[in-house]
Write a protein that binds this ligand. Structure first.
Ligand code: PAF
Length: 291
C-alpha cells in the first residue's frame, strides 16, 4: 500500500518514514532548506501562525501530525484528543504546505513503544510534568524522533507551551542537535483566550470560565511592579472570582531556568498557569515585568 495521498496537487500527505525521507532527499538535492512544524493536528490559527513562520524561514515546510501516545498518561485524553486530518490538510494546503507527515502509531513505534527515550530531567517533573508524569519524556522522545526523521534546519514551536519550548531548547543544547528552534507568540481570541486544540471541548459556560487563565495572567502582569508575592496574590484573587475553574498551578518563574523566582526578584519573568475547566485542562503563560 502506498503511504501517499494527493490532498491537493501541491500537498502530499505521507505516512511512512521511508517515503518522507525519499521526498526530502530529492528536495535537498535541489538545494531546499527545510523547516519542521511538529503538531498533534486539530489545527487552529495558532498552528497556522507557526506554519507561516516556517514558510519565512525555509524553502520547504514539513508539518507533522501525530497524536503521540507516549506523552499521554493512562488517565488522560488520548482517545478523546481531536483528530481532524482532512480539515487539517485542507488548511495546510491553503497555506501552500508541500509535505504533511501523518504517520500511524505503528510506524513511529513498531515495537509498541520505544525502549529508548529522552529524559526531560528535573524541570520536566515540575508544573505540567508534576500533573502529567512522563508527559515531557514522551514529548521529547517523539520530538527527537521527528528531528531525526526530517532533519530540518529549523523547527517552529508555539510559546503557549512554554515548558515544552524550554525543554526542547534544552534538549537541542544538551544533545548538540543541529536545528534552530524558533518560537512564535501565543495566538489569542479577541477576549484573550489562548487558542488550543482542547478549546473545542468547552461549552459556552466553560468557554467563559476559561477566560480566568488570561485574566489571572493579566492581573499578575498589572501588579508585577510590586513584586512576585503581590502578583501571585492578584492572580489568586482572579481565580477566586470564578467558579468552575480548578487551579492546578500559577507560578512565576525565571525564563532562563524555569524555576520559581525569589521573593525579591526583579526584571522579566514568566507567569505560567494551568487549570481544569470542567473536564478540560488548559494552560497559558505571559511575560511579566517584576519591579
Ligand atoms: O505541542 C504539541 O502539539 C506536541 O507536544 C508535539 C510538540 C507535537 C509533540 O507531540
Amino acid at each position: 500500500m502506498s503511504g501517499t495521498n494527493n490532498a491537493t496537487a501541491a500537498t502530499r500527505v505521507v505516512s511512512t518514514i521511508s517515503e518522507l525521507r525519499g521526498l526530502l532527499a530529492e528536495r535537498r538535492a535541489g538545494g531546499a532548506s527545510v523547516a519542521l512544524v511538529p503538531t498533534m493536528g486539530a489545527l487552529h490559527d495558532g498552528h497556522l501562525a507557526l506554519v507561516r513562520r516556517a514558510r519565512d524561514l525555509a524553502d520547504l515546510v514539513v508539518v507533522s501530525i501525530f497524536v503521540n501516545p507516549l506523552q499521554f498518561g493512562p488517565a488522560e485524553d488520548l482517545d478523546r484528543y481531536p483528530r481532524t486530518l482532512d480539515a487539517d490538510v485542507a488548511a495546510l494546503a491553503a497555506l501552500g504546505v508541500e509535505l504533511v507527515f501523518a504517520p500511524s502509531a505503528t510506524e513511529m513505534y513498531p515495537d509498541g513503544r520505544s525502549s529508548t527515550s529522552v529524559v526531560a530531567g528535573s524541570v520536566g517533573g515540575l508544573y505540567e510534568g508534576a500533573s502529567r508524569p512522563g508527559h515531557f519524556d514522551g514529548m521529547l522522545t517523539v520530538v527527537a524522533k521527528l528531528f531525526n526523521i526530517v532533519a530540518p534546519e529549523f523547527a517552529v514551536f508555539g510559546q503557549k507551551d512554554a515548558q515544552q519550548v524550554f525543554l526542547v531548547r534544552r534538549m537541542v543544547r544538551d544533545l548538540d542537535v543541529p536545528i534552530a528552534i524558533d518560537v512564535v507568540p501565543t495566538v489569542r481570541e479577541h477576549d484573550g483566550l489562548a487558542l488550543s486544540s482542547r478549546n473545542r471541548f468547552l461549552d459556552e459556560a466553560a468557554r467563559e470560565t476559561a477566560l480566568v487563565l488570561s485574566e489571572a495572567l493579566g492581573a499578575a502582569a498589572d501588579s508585577a511592579g510590586e513584586g512576585p508575592a503581590e502578583a501571585l496574590a492578584e492572580a489568586a484573587a482572579a481565580f477566586g472570582d470564578h467558579d468552575g475553574a480548578e487551579l492546578d498551578y500559577f507560578v512565576i518563574v525565571d525564563p532562563e531556568t524555569l524555576l520559581p523566582v525569589a521573593g525579591d526578584a526583579t526584571g522579566p519573568a514568566l507567569a505560567i498557569v494551568a487549570a481544569r475547566v470542567g473536564v478540560t485542562r488548559l494552560i497559558d503563560n505571559r511575560t511579566i515585568q517584576l519591579g
